[in-house]
Design a protein around this ligand. Sequence first.
Ligand code: PMV
Length: 320
Amino acid sequence: MRATAIAQPNIALVKYWGKADILRNLPAVGSLSITLDALTTTMTVDLQGAGRADELILNGQINHKIMPRVSACLDRLLGKNRGPAAIRSECNFPIAAGLASSAAAFAALVVATNAAADLSLDKLSLARAAGAASGSAARSLYGGFVELSVTPEDIAVESVVEENAWPLDVIVAVNAHGPKAMSSGEAMQLSAQTSPFYDRWVKSQDVDLAAARTAVLERDFSKLAEVSEHSCLKMHSVMWGSRPPVVYWNAATIACMESVRQMQCDGLDVFFTVDAGPQVKVICLPEIADEVHSIVRGTDGVLSTMRTALGQGARVVGDG
Ligand code: PMV
C-alpha cells in the first residue's frame, strides 16, 4: 500500500496553451516536449499512512495549496470511497515558477499510486490521469522527445525519439525566485476569452507540430530551433494580447534571449524556450554545452543555472 516514484519535468518545444474542455482538462492543442534528467521529484504515496484526510508534505513542509488537485487525482484513480493518503514529495528545483514542477509532481503521483494500490494501469491510462490534473504532466510519463495529440475523446501520448537516440543538453536560467503571479490554468482561460490571437494560435498548431516532429525524426537541429522559438514567442504573444495582459518575463528573460541570439550569430547550435515564468531554457548540442552554460550563467540578471541532459519517463523506484 506504499510506493515511491521519481519523475522529471518536461519542457514543451511546441507549446500547449488553452483547453478544449475545462472540466476534463483536455488541451486545445497538441504539443511536443523534451523530458529532463537532472530535475527530479521523488514522491512516496502511502495509502494507509494518513489520519482523517489526505496529507502532503512537500520538501519537509505541509502543503495545502496543491492538495485539492492531488486529492482529485487520487479520486480519479482509486474512486471516491478510498481512504486518506499520506504523500511525501521531495523536489530539487523551484516549485510553481515556470519549471514544470506540477508536471513532475502529477506524473510521480499517478505512477506511485498505481504501484501502491496495485492497479496495473498501462502507461497511457496513467498519462491521461496525470493530464487531467495538469495538462503538461501527461508528457512526463514518457522519456526523450514526447508528442501529445488531442482527439475529441481524450489525449494520446508517445515518445517520438528516446532520450539516448538524440542527446541534447538544456541549461535552465533561473531568473526569479518565488511562485508566479498567475497560474497557467487561469492565464490560459484569460487568453482564450480575451486574446485576439488565440484562435489563430489554435489553428496554426498542427503545422508547427508536424515541422517539429520531422525535425526530431531527422535530427535537424536548426529546423527544431526555428519552430521551437516560433512556438514559444507565438504563445507569449497570445498571452501579451490578453486583457489584462499576462507577462511572465522579466529583464533577465530578455537578456537570456539576447545571449542566445548572439550565440546563434556566432554559429553555435542553440535555441531558447520560455514557459509560464521568467526562467529561460536554453537547448544545445552536448559538445558545446560547457560554453553555452558559461555564457548563460554570465548573462545579466540570471540568479542561478541548472544543466541537464534529456531523461526518462516517470517510474517506480521503491516500495517505501
Ligand atoms: O500543464 P500546465 O497546466 O501547467 O500548463 C503548461 C503550459 C506551458 O508550460 C506554458 C506550456 C507547455 O506545453 O508545457
